[in-house]
Design a protein around this ligand. Sequence first.
Ligand code: GLC
Ligand code: CA
Length: 517
Amino acid sequence: MSELKWWETATIYQIYPRSFQDSNGDGIGDLPGISSRLEYIANLGVDAVWISPFYKSPQNDFGYDVSDYYEVNPEYGSLADFDNLLLGAHKLGLKVMIDIVPAHCSSEHPWFIESRKSKENDKADWFHWADPLPDGTAPTNWLSFFGGRAWTWEPRRQQYYLHNFLPSQPNLNFANKQVRHALKDVAKFWFDRGVDGFRLDAVHTINADRPPYIDNLPNPHYKVGPFPKDQQPFFRQLHDTAQLNQPAIQEFIQELRLVADAYDGNRFLMGELDSDNDNAIEVSKNFTASGRLHSTYNFDFLEWKGLDVSGIKAVINKAVDEFNGTGNISFAFSNHDVPRVATRQLTALKLHKGQAEAMQLMLLKLSVSLIGSTCIFQGEELGLEDVQDIPIDEMKDPWGIEFAPEFLGRDTCRTPMVWDSTESHCGFSTGNKTWLPISRNHFKMAALEAANKPKSIYCQFSEFLKWRKKQPAMISANDMTKPWGGEREIIFERRADKQNIRCMFDFYTLTAEFKEV
Ligand code: GLC
Ligand code: CA
């Protein structure tokens, strides 16, 4: 059996830089802050960190709107701070992944500023431009994830441009070779600096269409659900036949894979993608076909309303069907885009508040026991709850602001980390104000205290990760059985040549058991 690559079984700790650790008292987390907490992360026993975007950006979508792919946003530090972080992480044996946003950039990026000027300039074809329909309306019925139309009128150029997210996040045109080159150069720049991999943001929204663009069809499965998110018009359409997930994406992906492979064979490409009607696992197959991405960042456990036991089982079933024997899938129960597990899953599993800690620990163990890699989001190791009482005038996420108060968006999972419970800002910042408020409920879950309490989630999970690393069945072959078990039970086996481990998760007692069989 050939040896698995690091990323095929990795536990990856996701850092949201704005909310991790502030080092200069401005209330905003930064790169030197991350450097100062690397030991805490390494001691948890994870293999890698993935850092959400810290590039130069007007921060309309908090870094997912890049205005310079080669610079660090001044509020996060400098390139030298990044190099220092990389060195520190590598010294502790941690791989470093960073987020690249290929599909769109900021409307303040010089590429867009030039492109919008006229139909003739050098960058004229770098974005998706289209004439209005004869009645003056947008070229297609496409909607933006964040509300409103996916087309915005640009008076200078007298055309519409495409943006799947905010109007200040124009979609790059991947039909244009120069665009693909430009993004590959970005990847090279960071690989050359020493990063071990990328999380590629929203690859399913990369677009290489040319006019005329075609309309999305209505979604026949759409029904108004009990959740405010279900009621957003975006979900009334099917996107995969027109707006998203288009075959041309693979052309760029294949080119990028060649870039990664030209290094030492250890650079990892993990693409974030989604699809219509919970089809992400099937779509991922195509994205991870030979010569494409190493792995896709799977959305199925990130269901906004959480999953009950049968829902979790169904995801595992599908993953085994499609990906058994490979490390080409990455799971996550939590990230910077969905409500936190300790709240979301508590409701979905019909548990009570006192059970949150046990549930969080069990789900962490479950997710790292599956084939492939697992991303855990900062604060999951503490069992932080979602913060749903941020006053509307202190909300920052444009998606939440658009749909509040019914839908709160993503600030609820992005509040700053709590490091200790002594100071007013819990060791996150020495300033007067933090960019998002820190929840009082989090005070008692402070990270540095948890790291010293043997019964804390942090310590128990850390012990588990260290045990896991010594079990061939868990880390040397990506082989597992289909899950089985009663209504509130998930059981499966991980299998290697010389060891089988039965992994049992009991959703009554909220305990996990692992037995050699
Ligand atoms: C991804 C990111 C999200 C961002 C969006 C647009 O889904 O995770 O935070 O808003 O892409 O870049
Ligand atoms: Ca700062």
